[in-house]
Write a protein that binds this ligand. Sequence first.
Ligand SMILES: [Zn+2]
Length: 340
Amino acid sequence: MKAVRFHAHGGPDVLRYEDAPEPIAGPGDALIRVRACALNHLDLWQRRGMERVEIPFPHISGADLAGEVISTPNGEFAPGRRVMLQPGLSCARCAACLDGRDNECASYDVLGYRSQGGYAEIVKVPVQNLIAIPDSIGFVEAAAFPLAFLTAWHMLITRAKLRAGEDVLVLGAGSGVGQAAIQVARRHGARVFATAGTDEKLAKARHLGAYEVINHTSQDVPAKIREFTKGRGVDVVVEHVGAATWEGSLRSLVRGGRLVTCGATTGHAAQIDLRVLFVRQLSLLGSYMGRKAELLRAAQLFFAGELRPVVSETFPLAEAGVAHRRLESRAQFGKLVLIP
Ligand SMILES: [Zn+2]
């Protein structure tokens, strides 16, 4: 089969479109013909290389995909059935897994992280990771959904315990998690404020449901939040930007507010004045991926047309390097999707 692999860490040039052996299904595995695979920041980290994470070479990235079933272990899905995939892999036997907190499993992994992923024509995945998609949902849209919406759902609903009527600040509206978080927060009755770096992106954020928007390159985010909330601050901040925004995110919170973070694309070293933490009674919440059951709940709203992943652009699989550069430039609004 054709796949995009890298044999060493580095820039987008290490991504090679080449022949690769087809995956062989082990016990419990389904084989899927990939029709679309969305990019995530995780793909960039893998390609560049990370401290303390060994990635087997040659490596195929890709956590977010949709396609057609080739085979399942016991005929659970008919060949040709259209599916999208749960990106989280877990043991299904430990206490965390059996308790439904599979993203806290000690062996938790993301498809395409240490395993081979979806930048390929065929992928193997445990059959329990398959989610059938209705005919009304296209492959590109389906591939753009799982990771971003799972992450946003876990952050807002499970970690931050968002309630109707609360105010939420979503950073980076044009990112995968940003566009998902605006929609999930709105769907749960929150008033959403969103930031982005260009007026064009801000207009799109409003269109997705943001009540007020802030240009983070020309405006002071905490000052605008104070203005919009009449000095109060927001109940929840959705963070994934990291070092560049951390301090402003803390200053945007109301007393008793919650900051929930799933990433640090601008740097992972951040400071906090402990007096602010305790006097203002803030909660700092980490969030990583989400639970399989959460994705199934979010998928029901997706299939009903109430949540819609925003697709910025598609690329042929062979142009994965071009797509990586686009993601690194942050020029996109929404997801970038590869088509084998
Ligand atoms: Zn487990």
